[in-house]
Write a protein of this length. Structure first.
Length: 213
């Protein structure tokens, strides 16, 4: 982990602990012997720095290309391992960059919903996650964020913020191949949708369990 990244992570952890009642769950079960694709729900702009601050390794993340419009912001995002992606269609350049990062042994955060939730409920996932999982040789780690939409507060008035790391989904257990009804081969888009649904289903289950308790 680079010194600048380590320092930023330390400062962010301190800030989150100061301004939220923080509940970080499941970090001890995250395997550190291989690169992972972290698939997380998206509640606010705090989600990428929150996950990056507590994850034990330096991590890359996917960000919409519009965020790179200003030169200073583009430099900052690139320094902290952001990969610009065009959400309007299939961004093959971004997928190649993602695949390269994972092949280098680096972890990656992806937000399947593609945009922030307006009411805290889970949104509809996009097929982009499935395309990434299908193209990259990496297992998937579902991640749940609850409470990042709430404004940070001072001691005594801090809202609860939960960051939960789930159980790793082995890539081999996902619907990478196979046939659909009638014995026809699964199309690339259908496979991407099936992969996204399989991963996002885990996040939905985590969300349901967390909000019941």
């Amino acid at each position: 982990m680079r010194p600048s990244y380590r320092l930023a992570a330390f400062l962010l952890r301190s800030l989150f602990r100061l301004t939220y009642r923080l509940d970080v769950v499941g970090l001890e079960q995250v395997p550190l012997d291989r690169p992972l694709i972290l698939a997380a729900n998206h509640q606010s702009n705090l989600d990428p720095p929150l996950i990056g601050a507590f994850y034990p390794r330096e991590i890359s993340f996917v960000a919409k290309k519009q965020l790179f419009a200003r030169a200073w912001m583009a430099r900052l995002l690139h320094h902290f391992n952001a990969i610009p992606i065009d959400r309007a269609g299939v961004d093959r350049r971004a997928i190649r960059a993602i695949r390269s990062r994972l092949e280098e042994g680096r972890d990656l955060i992806v937000f399947p919903e593609g945009t922030r939730s307006k009411d805290g409920r889970l949104g509809r996932p996009r097929a982009g996650l499935g395309m990434i999982v299908g193209a990259a040789e990496a297992d998937v780690l579902p991640v749940l964020v609850l409470g990042s939409r709430l404004r940070p507060g001072l001691p005594g008035f801090r809202p609860t913020l939960r960051l939960q790391f789930g159980t790793v989904i082995a890539r081999a257990s996902l619907p990478l191949e196979g046939a659909v009804a009638g014995g026809e081969s699964r199309s690339r888009s259908a496979r991407a949708e099936a992969l996204t649904a399989a991963v996002f289903g885990r996040i939905e289950a985590m969300h349901a369990a967390a909000t019941r308790s």
